[in-house]
Design a protein around this ligand. Structure first.
Ligand SMILES: C[S@@+](CC[C@H](N)C(=O)[O-])C[C@H]1O[C@@H](n2cnc3c(N)ncnc32)[C@H](O)[C@@H]1O
Length: 232
């Protein structure tokens, strides 16, 4: 059976939770992977967030809406001494990550499969060194802009959980969302845009592996922007 439904059941999630049918193998990987790696928000977060990981880590970063998990896997491989929390409510994306982790286990990844605002509200103050929001759903129509993940409320969530000097990274191929984010961060006041020179927002991040979503945007002629903000 194909289950496809759009729902708005939480504060900041407006997308699809399920796509095409998940076949038996991905479904099994999803079930066993979530049983091992999903964070339990019913229990309080540990004061030292690093304790969430079976690997020895000295910092924790968060990726919101990791899609197929290409960037999350790549960053967790590049930085074995950092713990990564990946959030993705779209279960086909989560299943993909679990298959990749089945083939290449990484002890510095934990996940959450629902709205990232819930996870953010669970995290202790100043517990993260970085938050990546990469190609968030763009909501290009003006009447939908209020659905965008970036806004004053979520920037205040980021400001609370990021350590001073922690980084908020935002990539998008939609100019109106890039300008929106620059403006919202300026208004918010807790973040400094780290552009070193005028062209550098078109430079991908160090070690950027690209994603399927980005490849499609480039194929369709859109130019990605990669913004980095530092928590004051
Ligand atoms: C356009 S896709 C980009 C995926 C990936 N970052 C990439 O670059 O390929 C946006 C993703 O954000 C997820 N998303 C949307 N709202 C979210 C929320 N409130 N919390 C966590 N993830 C969310 C969607 O399920 C979707 O997979």
């Amino acid at each position: 059976m194909t289950v496809e439904r759009r729902s708005r059941s939480t504060e900041a999630f407006f997308g699809r939770r399920r796509g095409k049918t998940i076949r038996a193998l991905p479904a099994a990987a999803l079930e066993t992977g979530l049983a091992r790696l999903k964070l339990d928000l019913g229990a309080p977060a540990p004061a030292r967030l690093e304790e969430l990981f079976s690997a020895e880590v000295s910092a924790v970063r968060l990726e919101i809406g990791f899609g197929g998990g290409e960037h999350l896997m790549s960053e967790a491989t590049r930085h074995p001494g950092t713990g990564f929390i990946g959030v993705e409510p779209f279960i086909n994306g989560m299943a993909k990550l679990m298959i990749a982790l089945g083939e290449r286990p990484l002890p510095n990844i934990r996940v959450y499969d629902d709205d990232a605002t819930r996870l953010l509200d669970w995290l202790p103050d100043t517990s993260l060194s970085g938050i990546d929001l990469l190609y968030p759903d763009p909501w290009p129509k003006k009447r939908h802009w209020k659905r965008r993940f970036v806004g004053q409320t979520n920037l205040s969530r980021f400001a609370r959980v990021l350590k001073p000097g922690g980084l908020f990274r935002f990539a998008s191929d939609i100019d109106s969302y890039v300008n929106w984010t620059l403006q919202h961060c300026r208004t918010h006041g807790a973040f400094d845009w780290q552009a070193a020179w005028s062209g550098d927002w078109h430079e991908p991040y160090d070690g950027w592996p690209s994603t399927r979503y980005e490849a499609k945007a480039i194929r369709e002629g859109r130019r990605p922007a990669y913004l980095t903000f530092g928590r004051r």
